[in-house]
Design a protein around this ligand. Structure first.
Ligand SMILES: Cc1cc2nc3c(=O)[nH]c(=O)nc-3n(C[C@H](O)[C@H](O)[C@H](O)COP(=O)(O)O)c2cc1C
Length: 170
């Protein structure tokens, strides 16, 4: 089974290796797409070593040959930022990650795990975005309660719960 992992630019992105190790142990084949802002958060070489696949973060140049398209069975967006959650719900596709996600919603199971503090989580645009995504069948896992402002570095990201949410019937 092929899992597409979309990584956004929030602190837990640097720990994506934990998710990949858990996913591999469950038998997933993983490919990673980063938003452009997330690239500095991750160790691209280590992800490529672990997954055996290149990390993508940008569209191919116009006219460049299309890379082979691998089937995607499920998508996990983790950590998902305030920015990407809001844009995904609004149908904006101005990053490669959002372009891929725009086509996956409604096609394969998509789980989104935001990492947003209470100030962001309580904003109406974000709450509306979560409702919109859920109405489209996206599974959104929200921390309850969200972590307070400026406390992100001490907060453990729920990698196991994120992966568990991909299991059918969970
Ligand atoms: C060190 C650092 C930590 C950040 N942590 C978060 C975070 O936890 N949640 C969040 O929504 N945005 C966070 N941001 C802001 C996002 O990186 C920013 O909104 C960015 O535009 C998101 O881009 P993306 O959604 O394309 O990944 C952080 C930024 C920096 C520099």
């Amino acid at each position: 089974m092929n899992l597409l992992v979309v990584v956004c630019a929030a602190g837990p992105a640097s720990d994506i290796g934990t998710l990949l190790a858990l996913a591999h142990a469950e038998g997933w084949t993983c490919r990673v797409v980063c938003t452009p802002s997330a690239v500095p958060f991750v160790d691209t070489a280590e992800i490529e070593r672990s997954t055996g696949h290149p990390v993508r973060s940008g569209y191919r140049p116009a006219g460049a040959p299309r890379p082979p398209q691998e089937p995607v069975d499920a998508v996990l967006v983790a950590p998902a930022t305030f920015n990407t959650v809001n844009k995904l719900a609004a149908g904006i596709a101005d990053t490669y990650a959002l372009g891929v996600l725009a086509e996956c919603v409604g096609d394969v199971p998509v789980v989104v795990v935001p990492f947003v503090n209470a100030a962001l989580a309580n904003r109406r645009p974000f709450r509306r975005a979560v409702d919109e995504l859920r109405a489209e069948g996206v599974r959104v896992l929200l921390a309850d309660p969200p972590h307070p402002r400026n406390s992100g570095p001490g907060v453990e990201f729920p990698w196991r719960d994120a992966l568990a949410a991909l299991r059918p019937g969970s």
